[in-house]
Design a protein around this ligand. Structure first.
Ligand code: CS2
Length: 486
């Protein structure tokens, strides 16, 4: 085992008595807890391996504590609160694991506690709000605007219209955020930065329009205040972080000698590119390698198309071929070939001197084939209708605008369609998508009608293009009937 030198002293494997992480908190928090200056929405594995890790590493980390709120369920907050916010990042390389205890999360809160959220966001010391609420949670329609007809958006708008503090509290992450920003405005606590860390193109702009759209439907003056006072920072985030398993808990206990109920396993690679203003200050994330740029789009597209686009290709093609993890799917020549062809198309539409695409592609192959990271395709396959709008549709559109077919990008969409028609009754993950009802309705059609209806969920303009519909229909079945015998 190796341990990371920058972490608190937990390096002596098995030298500690079997104990829980909370019992060690005094040793592991060498100084007093940092004050809350960051509020996070979306306390999950990725937040802990990425933003919380970067904050822990920042040179001024003692000044920047995070209060992290869960989304739908309280479990992650309860587990983390029981160990005083401390948890282990297991960095899983091909060559072995290293362990580091992270202490930047100073408060872990059930997302339903909207009162505490409002209190913290309204506090003058709070300078940054980070978001990992999932792509689907922005509730964007296929036109890229807030879908005001989504049932939970309708419900939140009704609650907000009721005065927010009335009978109930908003349940969507953005509804909660808008409610909390109203409290900040009322407190006169001034500007801050909202940092979107979800895999969306132009994620700062998207978060801005979704938040202002929701606020405006409630209170036009609040929307104007948000516009004038809240900086929406765009970021490209990257660190492969599969869901934590029981085996991971056991691995930490065996190597570190303490029981951690909330460890997180991640690859050694990490990347964070940010663009935007921080009117109330920020941690020195650059100390941990974060990069601040003026124009984020080329970096964002490189990551969304090459990494996430390939992930989606592998998720659908791989599961149609009977694979379970990214590394397994990449080992299948048919899937690898589909990924390489998709990368060729994406690359032709990525411009920027310092993007170093060949190096980036080579690194991706290495990262994806890290078989010690069991990254489940079923996890990546979720919410395909939202993800493909960012990962495959732009490449297909760019290719066609150049007079080329875009068949590799179309293949991602065809694989998603085929995948959505699989029999999920025997699978634990099932088919998970914000448009599950619409997908089921489309799957009751057949032939061109089905293809067109599915495509309309991603992009109505493409669905109106007969040539694209035909292209995708012809590609349907490319990975079916070829299931690999395990
Ligand atoms: C994945 C991402 O689940 C998914 O959709 O493509 O979570 C991916 O692992 C991260 O963006 C890597 O940084």
């Amino acid at each position: 085992m190796t341990t990371n030198q920058t972490g608190p002293a937990v390096s002596a494997a098995n030298s500690l008595p079997q104990t829980s992480l909370s019992q060690l908190s005094r040793t592991l928090r060498p100084v007093a807890k940092a004050p809350v200056r960051i509020v996070h929405l979306g306390l999950g594995a990725f937040h802990r391996s990425h933003q919380a890790w970067y904050t822990h590493q920042a040179g001024n980390s003692a000044e920047w504590g995070i209060a992290s709120f869960t989304g739908r369920r309280p479990d992650a907050a309860l587990a983390l609160a029981e160990q005083d916010g401390l948890y282990t990042v297991v960095e899983r390389a091909d060559s072995g694991d290293s362990f580091e205890v992270i202490n930047s999360i100073v408060e872990a809160v059930d997302g339903a506690d909207v009162g505490r959220l409002a209190e913290l966001v309204a506090a003058p010391a709070t300078a940054v709000i980070t978001l990992t609420i999932t792509e689907a949670a922005y509730r964007l329609g296929s036109d890229g605007q807030l879908d005001r007809s989504a049932p939970d958006v309708v419900a939140d708008l009704a609650l907000l219209a009721d005065g927010g503090a009335g009978k109930g509290k908003p349940t969507t992450p953005l509804g909660r955020l808008v409610f909390a920003l109203a409290a900040r405005r009322a407190a006169g606590a001034g500007p801050l930065a909202v940092v979107c860390c979800d895999n969306l193109s132009n994620n700062g702009t998207v978060a801005h329009s979704a938040v202002v759209g929701l606020a405006g439907a409630w209170d036009a003056e609040l929307a104007a205040w948000i516009d004038a006072n809240i900086s929406f920072v765009s970021t490209s985030v990257d660190r492969i972080t599969p869901r934590t398993t029981e085996a991971d808990l056991a691995a930490v206990e065996a190597a570190c000698g303490y029981r951690d109920n909330s460890p997180v396993v991640a690859e050694p690679f990490r990347n964070w590119v940010l663009s935007g203003e921080f009117p109330a200050g920020r941690p020195r994330w650059e100390d941990a390698g974060a990069v601040f740029v003026d124009d984020i789009e080329p970096y964002e597209n490189r990551k969304l198309w090459l990494l996430n686009g390939a992930h989606s290709m592998l998720a659908y093609a791989g599961q149609l071929r009977g694979h379970t993890t990214v590394a397994e799917a990449l080992g299948d020549p048919l899937c690898l070939r589909a990924v390489e062809r998709f990368w060729d198309e994406a690359e032709a539409n990525l411009h920027g001197a310092d993007l170093e695409i060949p190096t980036y592609r080579a690194a991706l192959l290495e990262r994806f084939s890290n078989a010690r990271i069991a990254h489940h395709l079923a996890q990546i396959a979720m919410d395909g209708s939202t993800k493909l709008r960012m990962r495959a549709v732009p490449v297909l559109q760019a290719e066609r605008a150049q007079g080329r077919s875009g068949s590799a990008a179309a293949l991602v969409i065809a694989a998603w369609m085929d995948f959505s028609g699989m029999d999920f009754s025997a699978t634990a993950a099932g088919f998970h998508d914000p448009l599950v009802a619409e997908v089921s309705a489309a799957n009751r059609l057949s032939g061109t009608g089905r293809t067109r209806a599915m495509l309309a969920l991603l992009n109505p303009a493409l669905a109106g293009d007969d040539a694209v519909v035909q292209l995708i229909e012809n590609l349907s079945g490319s990975f079916s009937g070829l299931a690999v015998q395990e």
